[in-house]
Design a protein around this ligand. Structure first.
Ligand SMILES: NC(=O)c1ccc[n+]([C@@H]2O[C@H](COP(=O)([O-])OP(=O)(O)OC[C@H]3O[C@@H](n4cnc5c(N)ncnc54)[C@H](OP(=O)(O)O)[C@@H]3O)[C@@H](O)[C@H]2O)c1
Length: 433
């Protein structure tokens, strides 16, 4: 597949598609020098007419499948999103012998094993740097830069919208809905922000990171999933008083019992680097046996940052048309499933906020229950009561306990006549192990 130019077909001209076109046009001379050939957009797939868009000399097709069939396209760039049209489109492109670049984490997490295996058989590349952490080159880092390591952990802030919302709520006391609509205006949020909020988007990305880190097949069902909708302004405030920041983390960790995979809001000590990654920034920490701890920080969403990664994949394909190694670090057929640690067995420190009658013996009853469950108490504070109801919030931090034990203790605490059933329970990660 050697041409005077690498011929690119772009499907989907929304936030990322337009930003990709802008970089390819604006940087064309530099890209030609860096790739040894121009990156030329020969075809654009856009289901609607956008009179304000400028596609240069590219042919425009209303049917995106035409781009996959176009003989004048070497690489199909899928920037539509979702797992239906995008799936059919990428399959067709591979069948037509085209390389594929995508920013679609949902698709890679759900259908990546099949699509990548197809691409490997067809001798074409499928690349997805933009699918995880926007502009941060974490896929390349795991696949290439730390390939000499046994990776024991990948953890980080991998949803820009969620981090933007939590940061604005924490630092400016803004309301959740208000910040979410700003994130949508700024192009950070997914078209349907449900996945940003309920942890699904971060789970998709974690599935991809875990596959690269541990050589396991992509398994969309693996992560334990909690979203930022579980965090209240009160918890952000109490966490701050205790010296913590609340971040939505994705964590994939290799333990003796198997692999832990989880996404959830997490209290992190303020002194830790991840606690201070704010706004739309993402951060991914990788722990390898040779390299030690590595942290990459950068824009996790937004058109330009994401398009930077899309273009990086195009540049790689132009430079290495025969490929620069398997998409997931090893060929799909050599990925090996490992046991997953069940949610109940995942241990951590815990933050708990509950509301109880403002009576002197309540805290000792709660302490007794935790002690009877072998859960150590790191701190337990009864806040001032709200005058009208005679009830007071109780905020406590525990030492390390398994989730199943914690759940049992919380059930017993909620069974006390003095406590309300509404309890907030969040994991705490101090990254000291
Ligand atoms: N935005 C980010 O910050 C970001 C970051 C990382 C990864 N991503 C990923 O990048 C991809 C694109 O995201 P985006 O933010 O650019 O989305 P977007 O702004 O909503 O753009 C999506 C584009 O795809 C088109 N499209 C949607 N459904 C289609 C269909 N059934 N057939 C043909 N075209 C269709 C839309 O067409 P219309 O113009 O007709 O609606 C639109 O042009 C997604 O996979 C997303 O997860 C985005």
């Amino acid at each position: 597949m050697s041409h005077a130019a690498l011929r690119v077909g772009i499907c989907g001209v929304g936030t990322v598609g337009l930003a990709t076109l802008e970089i390819l046009r604006g940087q064309s001379l530099a890209l030609t020098a860096r790739c040894g050939q121009p990156l030329s957009v020969t075809c654009v797939g856009s289901r609607r007419e956008h009179p304000d868009h400028d596609y240069g000399d590219a042919r425009v097709s209303r049917d995106v499948m035409d781009v996959a069939r176009d003989p004048e396209v070497d690489v199909l760039v899928e920037l539509i999103g979702g797992t239906s049209v995008a799936y059919d489109l990428i399959k067709l492109a591979i069948e037509q012998g085209k390389h594929v670049v995508t920013a679609n984490k949902a698709l890679i997490a759900e259908h990546g094993n099949e699509l990548i295996a197809m691409a490997e058989s067809a001798g074409v590349q499928i690349r997805f740097e933009a699918a995880v952490a926007g502009g941060i080159p974490i896929i390349k880092a795991l696949r290439e830069a730390v390939a000499a390591n046994q990776v024991s952990e990948v953890a980080g802030i991998i949803n820009g919208t969620g981090n933007f919302i939590l940061t604005e709520m924490t630092t400016k006391g803004r309301a959740f809905d208000d910040v979410l609509s700003e994130a949508q205006t700024l192009g950070y949020a997914e078209a349907d922000p449900t996945y940003d909020i309920d942890g699904t988007d971060a789970a998709h990305k974690l599935v991809i990171l875990a596959s690269l880190a541990f050589g396991i097949p992509l398994n969309i069902d693996a992560p334990v999933k909690h979203g930022i909708q579980e965090v209240t302004p009160a918890d952000l405030e109490y966490a701050g008083e205790l010296g913590y920041r609340v971040k939505h983390l994705g964590i994939a960790r290799q333990k003796d019992a198997g692999i832990e995979m989880r996404v959830h809001p997490t209290l992190i000590p303020e002194s830790k680097q991840l606690a201070n990654v704010d706004g739309v920034l993402n951060a991914v920490m990788v722990v390898g046996d040779a390299v030690g701890e590595l942290v990459l920080v950068g824009a996790g969403a937004g058109g330009a940052a994401t398009a930077s990664s899309v273009c990086a994949d195009l540049i790689d394909i132009a430079r290495n048309p025969a490929g620069s190694g398997p998409a997931l670090g090893v060929p799909v057929a050599q990925l090996t499933a490992k046991p997953l640690v069940p949610a109940g067995d995942i241990a951590s420190e815990w933050y708990v906020r509950l509301t109880a009658a403002d009576q002197p013996d309540v805290t000792s009853k709660i302490s007794q229950i935790l002690t009877s469950c072998n859960i150590g108490i790191a701190s337990l504070v009864q806040k001032p009561s709200s005058a009208d109801e005679g009830k007071a919030p109780i905020v406590l931090l525990t030492q390390i306990a398994r989730e199943s034990v914690m759940t049992q203790a919380i059930d017993e605490i909620c069974g006390l006549v003095e406590t309300d059933p509404d309890v907030a329970v969040l994991r705490v990660e101090s990254f000291d192990q």
